[in-house]
Design a protein around this ligand. Structure first.
Ligand code: AMP
Ligand code: GLY
Length: 429
């Protein structure tokens, strides 16, 4: 594990104390990037995990405990806070910190609706002519089912609200579509139901994250996630089983089109709508025959994309975060190297899985290993503590080389209760 956190013990006066809110691989990558900054002194992570603990002081406060985080930040001289997970944004952490005059990187609760409400996002895109699929919103089962039945398969059915990646069904049959509509509109387990039925878009998907400050947009390098659990893009949808950056099959022309027709107009639209966005605007895009279109927006860094994009950032990340908060300018420099990460997940994930299995071999790895769901047990050993456990990142001149480097490190890690994909990056190989 490369780590470079020699700043910790000799905090110079100009160095800032930074708190990262969250605990997964994404937050580990943010902490890792911050620890490379000469401008960053002490780093806290709330709550962090066993891997993050090597680079930051972990504090046992949950990301949604805004009161607790505020109190901690004030008591411990935190100069700047960075938010990882959407759950913290959805409860208004940014609004609360700003109200107290504290500097924080992330969107307000109102701006985060671009992720938390698919209907809000769709309406915005239609109003501002941003390319996306057609859609219809339903709150009742019968009309929704009539609409779906009258249209071609596959049917894309989305629950409107944060559903931790489980709220989207791409139904290949009408039986499956009907069942999904029943689950979301008739089964109270989902809460008060509202669904969006939308056009199926076909093509390769890619993730375009931009740091946004009102109308200002700082594009990050592109990445591609792999949502299915098993090789060959088979099996159930997951939070992401691996990612890589750059994405060679997305040309500079397509990237520019995505930036000028999607990301910039949306940042501008948020200002026009009175909900200016500060933070990471994540475009989940798909390259259709008619050009790039939007599948979804997120209001935060993607996971696991962040783990392969931030290692490529050569310029100072705190300066970038500050540019977003202060509306100043910032030049980004990127490594031309490819980064590719393979997720090691607990057997059974995304369904039920066991926790507490001992992970060996972490000291023998050569590249970066970001911890997604780990803990330290009573004997001080690193153990599994989540569905997705580790993101093993390889680097190379090409995606293929980065893939080989990641898999070499995966082989060094011993934990029989973990599984992984071997074909991450296959669309780029
Ligand atoms: P989402 O949570 O909206 O990102 O959806 C999860 C996954 O479902 C996406 O990564 C796509 O693979 C798929 N998906 C969602 N919406 C569509 C769509 N309109 N057309 C095709 N696939 C989609
Ligand atoms: N990798 C997809 C997401 O972060 O939502």
């Amino acid at each position: 594990m490369q780590s470079n956190n020699s700043n910790h013990n000799n905090t110079a006066p100009q160095q800032q104390t930074v708190m990262v809110v969250g605990s997964g691989g994404r937050c580990h990558a943010i902490v890792d990037a911050l620890s490379r900054s000469p401008r960053v002194g002490k780093i806290y992570c709330a709550p962090g995990n066993a891997g993050i603990a090597a680079q930051a002081e972990c504090v046992a406060i949950q990301p949604t405990d805004v009161e607790g985080l505020l109190k901690f930040a004030k008591a411990n001289g935190v100069d700047f806070t960075v938010v990882g997970p959407e759950a913290a944004l959805a409860v208004g952490i940014v609004d609360a910190f700003r109200a107290e005059g504290l500097r924080i990187f992330g969107p307000t609760k109102a701006a985060a609706r671009i992720e938390s409400s698919k209907e809000f996002a769709k309406q915005l895109m239609v109003k501002y002519d941003v390319p996306t699929g057609y859609y219809e919103v339903f709150t009742e089962f019968e009309p929704a089912w009539e609409y779906v039945k009258a249209r071609p398969l596959p049917a894309v059915i989305k629950y409107d609200g944060l559903a931790a990646g489980k709220g989207v069904v791409v139904a290949m049959s009408y039986e499956e579509a009907e069942q999904a509509l029943r689950d979301m509109l008739l089964d109270s387990a989902f809460g008060k139901g509202k669904v969006i039925v939308e056009e199926y878009l076909d093509g390769p998907e890619f993730s375009f994250m931009c740091v946004v400050s009102g109308e200002k947009v700082f594009p990050l390098e592109l990445a591609q996630d792999h949502k299915r659990a098993y090789d060959g893009d088979k099996g159930p949808n997951t939070g992401g089983m691996g990612a890589y950056s750059p994405v060679p099959f997305i040309s500079e022309e397509v990237r520019r089109e995505a930036l000028e027709r999607i990301l910039r107009p949306v940042a501008k639209a948020m200002v026009s709508e009175g909900v200016p966005f500060t933070g990471v605007l994540y475009g989940g895009l798909i390259l259709t025959k008619e050009g790039p279109k939007v599948i979804e927006f997120n209001a935060r860094f993607g996971d696991p994309e962040t783990e392969v994009v931030l290692p490529r950032l050569e310029s100072d990340i705190l300066t970038l975060f500050e540019a977003a908060v202060d509306g100043t300018d910032c030049e980004l420099r990127w490594s031309p190297k490819a980064c590719l990460g393979v997720v090691m997940a607990s057997e059974g994930y995304p369904g039920a899985y066991a926790k507490g299995a001992v992970i060996e071999g972490l000291d023998a790895t050569e590249g970066r290993v970001y911890h997604m769901g780990t803990a330290t047990d009573a004997e001080g050993r690193t153990v599994t503590a989540g569905g997705r456990v580790l993101m093993v990142v390889g680097e190379g001149d090409t995606v293929a080389e980065a893939n080989a480097a990641a898999l070499r490190d995966v082989a060094r890690i011993g934990c029989p209760s973990l599984f992984h994909r071997t074909d991450i990056g296959h669309q780029a190989l």
